[in-house]
Write a protein that binds this ligand. Structure first.
Ligand SMILES: [Zn+2]
Length: 126
């Protein structure tokens, strides 16, 4: 079977572009500035240890893609991505990874739940 190259959807491309653009979002710089404790030293909002600029990431407290609702289109994606500094935390790589892993598990669960509800609905129709 010939390999079929999957075309990237416009939405996938746009989401990537928005995420890259968000690195220049002033609120993200503000989050880094607030976490700064000295030259190239940033405090992790979770473990409170100090890290250099390469070891930290700016995290959305309330994730860009809602855990329960899932992806809801580009407008909501952009609104949640370009949020205010109150929804942002400077986290070290380890704390960021732990939070992301929990979110992945919660998403899996929510997706399964949505599927389950959708199939229950199908059964009602039949
Ligand atoms: Zn940390």
């Amino acid at each position: 079977m010939a390999k079929k190259k999957k075309r990237m959807s416009m939405e996938t491309f746009a989401k990537g572009a928005l995420r890259r653009a968000s690195l220049m979002w002033p609120e993200i710089s503000e989050c880094r500035r607030l976490a700064r404790r000295g030259p190239n030293s940033y405090e992790c909002a979770a473990c409170h240890e100090l890290f250099n600029s390469k070891e930290i990431a700016v995290d959305h407290r309330s994730p860009v893609v809602d855990i329960i609702e899932g992806y809801q289109g580009l407008t909501i994606f952009a609104e949640r991505l370009f949020c205010s500094v109150e929804n942002l935390d400077c986290l070290c790589k380890n704390c960021h990874l732990s939070k992301s892993q929990i979110e992945v598990q919660m998403r899996k669960y929510a997706r399964a739940k949505r599927k389950e509800e959708a199939s229950e609905h199908d059964e009602d129709v039949e």
